[in-house]
Each structure stands twice: as structure tokens, then as C-alpha cells.
Design a protein around this ligand. Structure first.
Ligand code: FPP
Length: 255
């Protein structure tokens, strides 16, 4: 368990973000601009995922987390939802061998119970196959929502606390909740990127983004390449990560 909290302790900060979390937005608009069906944008978006994984390997990022399908995306037209599911299956079938060869661990987080059996089995097999890889952890958030995550963690925490004899009404702590969050195996994201021009979190990692540096770009996800990632990392490197402290305190620490 890696759990380190940005609110109860000050995490170590490196030049390269250890953990990059991305909302891959703009696939539909990328396609519409080219008079193509929206699904063509998702296919091109899948290519962009491959590129960003490679760049993360090269730059030494340790955790890459991608918001592939939110709890709210079920509201899209049925045809688009089923195409996204098929794309997910294809990605798993084609990419897992390559990921394993590159020492990449794959994790999929979210309420997976709503996916069909084939997809659930593919996910379980891919996670098992890559479980011991250490160079980069790629997490796909699928049927994921930040509020869902917090609530499932609260529910597990209260059951565990009761089993350990914690009296009802006694206050819970962050340290009790955090190990039950879906991404308890990862440090909190250092850098959050959202493509496609919108500037919102859209129920992504609500708990974990407490002190994450936010980067928004107009670039549509299918066009997001290594240069775009480097631009986001360069912006991150300009930030002063104070975690509630003053600027003067940081200067004292480095002198
Ligand atoms: C948002 O763009 C994108 C999605 C909801 C799907 C993301 C999926 C991929 C990038 C491909 C598959 C990747 C994996 C890892 C299986 P949008 O459709 O909301 O774009 P819009 O805002 O322009 O309509």
C-alpha cells in the first residue's frame, strides 16, 4: 500500500510528475470537424492513448491514469456506448501483450459489475498477467465516478470499523478511508490534464485531486501527442507546490 496523503502530510515532489491523470476529451468534436462519425474520433483517440503511454515510459512517469468511461457516459446513444465497449475489448486483446513486454502494470478501476462477462474476464486476466510489472502503472477508469469511489470506500470502511469493534458514532479518519479508495495503490496525481477545452473535473478523482496541479488545453484528445504532454509537464515544472505552506517556507527549505 503506497497511500500518502497530500492533506495529512507533505508528499515528496520531483521534476517529472510521478502520477499523471488525464480526462481525454474532444474525440467527438475532432471527428465532427472532419465530417466523420463520432466513433472515428474514439478510434483515433485509442491511437493517442498508445502514444501517451510510450511517452510516459520515456519520460519516467510512474503512474498514468486515464478517464475512459464515466458513470455518466451511459447516457450517450446506445450505439456509441456499445462501440466504446468494443474498442475497450480490442484494446485489451491487442495491447496487453505489448504492455507486459514493456513492464507495464494495467489496472482498471470503477464499478465493473455493469460490463458484460467477456469484458470483465478480459480485465481480470489483463490485471493478473501484468500484476508484477513495475516500470509504469496504467490505470483505466471505466464506469468510474469520483462520488461512486468515495461512497464505496465509506461503505467498506464502516463495515471494517464495525468488525474491528469501533463504537458507532466515533469519528472516522482519513487514514481509515483512504485504503478503501479504488486507487489506494497509487500516490495522488501530481498533474491533471484535460483536453478538449472544457475546464472542469467532471466527477473524476474527486478525493485524490486535492492538491494536484491542473492543466487544461484546447487540443482535442486524438491530436494529443508527445509535444502536448511535454508542454503540460513543462507547465507543471513552473508551479510552486506549497501544499498549504507559504512561499517563504519553501525557499527556506531549499536553501
Ligand atoms: C471523450 O470525448 C472521450 C470518451 C468518453 C471516450 C474515451 C475513449 C478513448 C480515448 C478510446 C479508448 C481508450 C481506452 C483506454 C479503451 P467526447 O466523445 O466526449 O468528445 P466531445 O466532447 O468532443 O464530444
Amino acid at each position: 500500500m503506497i497511500y500518502s496523503s497530500s492533506t495529512t502530510a507533505v508528499p515528496e515532489v520531483g521534476t517529472v510528475p510521478r502520477h499523471v491523470a488525464i480526462i481525454m476529451d474532444g474525440n467527438g468534436r475532432w471527428a465532427t470537424k472532419r465530417f466523420l462519425p463520432r466513433v472515428a474520433g474514439h478510434v483515433k483517440g485509442a491511437d493517442a492513448v498508445r502514444g501517451v503511454v510510450e511517452t510516459c515510459l520515456e519520460r519516467g512517469v510512474e503512474y498514468l491514469t486515464l478517464f475512459a468511461f464515466s458513470s455518466e457516459n451511459w447516457r450517450r446513444p446506445e450505439e456509441e456506448v456499445s462501440m466504446l465497449m468494443r474498442l475497450f475489448v480490442t484494446m485489451l486483446e491487442r495491447e496487453v501483450v505489448k504492455m507486459h513486454a514493456n513492464d507495464i502494470r494495467l489496472k482498471v478501476v470503477g464499478d465493473l459489475s455493469r460490463f458484460n462477462e467477456q469484458l470483465q474476464t478480459l480485465i481480470a486476466n489483463a490485471e493478473r498477467k501484468t500484476a508484477r510489472n513495475t516500470r509504469l502503472t496504467v490505470t483505466i477508469c471505466a464506469n468510474y465516478g469520483g462520488r461512486w469511489d468515495i461512497m464505496q470506500a465509506v461503505n467498506k470502511m464502516t463495515v471494517e470499523a464495525a468488525a474491528n469493534g469501533q463504537p458507532a458514532g466515533q469519528a472516522y479518519t482519513e487514514e481509515q478511508l483512504a485504503p478503501h479508495l479504488a486507487m489506494a495503490y497509487a500516490p495522488e496525481p501530481d498533474l491533471f490534464i484535460r483536453t478538449g477545452g472544457e475546464q472542469r473535473i467532471s466527477n473524476f478523482l474527486l478525493w485524490q485531486l486535492a492538491y494536484t496541479e491542473l492543466f487544461f488545453t484546447e487540443t482535442f484528445w486524438p491530436d494529443f501527442n508527445d509535444e502536448c504532454l511535454d508542454a503540460a509537464i513543462a507547465s507543471y515544472q513552473q508551479r510552486e507546490r506549497r501544499f498549504g505552506r507559504t512561499s517563504a517556507q519553501l525557499t527556506e527549505k531549499t536553501n
